[in-house]
Design a protein around this ligand. Structure first.
Ligand SMILES: [Zn+2]
Length: 259
């Protein structure tokens, strides 16, 4: 434990508290003479999606990065260059883990490129509704039904059998008006595969050198991103209100949501 820069909380016999996340490596715990190692694969997938949304590399990758930087102290180059190179290596490793994950499929579809997401210019805090749109965790009947908070996964607006985040944002006819601005911007119905380019913006390396053309493309991309933000806020805000009404009605008639 101490080798990993970790401490055990005093007077705790049943819980081990990891108090130094920056120094985290795969620790080995001993319980009843049996060694138990904590592997990266045992960390939860929802944590991985949350880390991606927060643009925060997993702690064990950061610990490896810090070790590598320490090992390169004697190199005849600046610390800034070493740090930048090692962060690039960390992002490559993180991308491999992200690509290999079998779950968090929707978030991986929305944010397939970690490096582009982390270095996205003009970063803003992700809103509550945008987090729902990028994870599929929210006021979607499929999600609520899986967690026994809805009686079935049907869409309460159009009757589609499976109300997922994809159905809500892209297909449900009930929200057609809220998609109109976005559709006018791109000249056709919005599809899930459009989202990565919309939220990540243009790839900086591919932008033209000419300043005015560059600015025009960036302005257009920013307009698209803001239109997508407005669409998500409008749909998920109203959907959340409708879900509150549904829950209140169920309480009023004395039924549990999952019966
Ligand atoms: Zn629907």
């Amino acid at each position: 434990m101490q080798d990993n820069g970790l401490q055990v909380a005093p007077q705790k016999s049943e819980a081990v508290v990891l108090t130094n996340k920056w120094a985290y490596r795969d620790p080995v715990f001993t319980l009843g003479g049996q060694q138990i190692s904590v592997k990266p694969s045992m960390r939860t997938v929802s944590d991985m999606a949350a880390l991606v949304l927060a643009r925060m590399p997993p702690a064990h990758l950061l610990a490896d990065e810090r070790r590598r930087i320490g090992e390169r102290k004697q190199e005849p180059t600046t610390v800034a260059v070493v740090r930048r190179q090692e962060r690039e290596a960390t992002l490559r490793e993180w991308q491999v883990i992200w690509d290999d994950t079998e779950k968090a499929a929707w978030t991986r579809r929305m944010i397939p490129d970690i490096r582009r997401w982390v270095y996205q210019p003009n970063q803003e805090a992700i809103t509550f509704h945008m987090a729902q749109a990028l994870t599929g965790h929210g006021c979607f009947q499929h999600y609520l039904w899986k967690r026994r908070r809805a009686g079935d996964p049907h869409c309460m607006h159009c009757g589609e059998p499976d109300d997922t985040v994809e159905h809500t944002l892209f297909n449900c006819p009930f929200w057609a008006e809220d998609r109109r601005e976005m559709e006018q911007c791109i000249g056709r119905p919005l599809q899930p595969n459009d989202v990565p380019d919309i939220i990540l913006g243009p790839e900086q390396e591919l932008l033209p050198d000419d300043a005015s053309r560059r600015r025009r493309i960036e302005t257009m991309a920013e307009g698209l991103r803001l239109a997508f933000d407005r669409m998500v806020e409008a749909i998920l805000g109203r959907k959340e209100d409708a879900e509150r009404v549904r829950q209140a009605r169920l309480l009023f008639v004395g039924r549990r949501p999952n019966t």
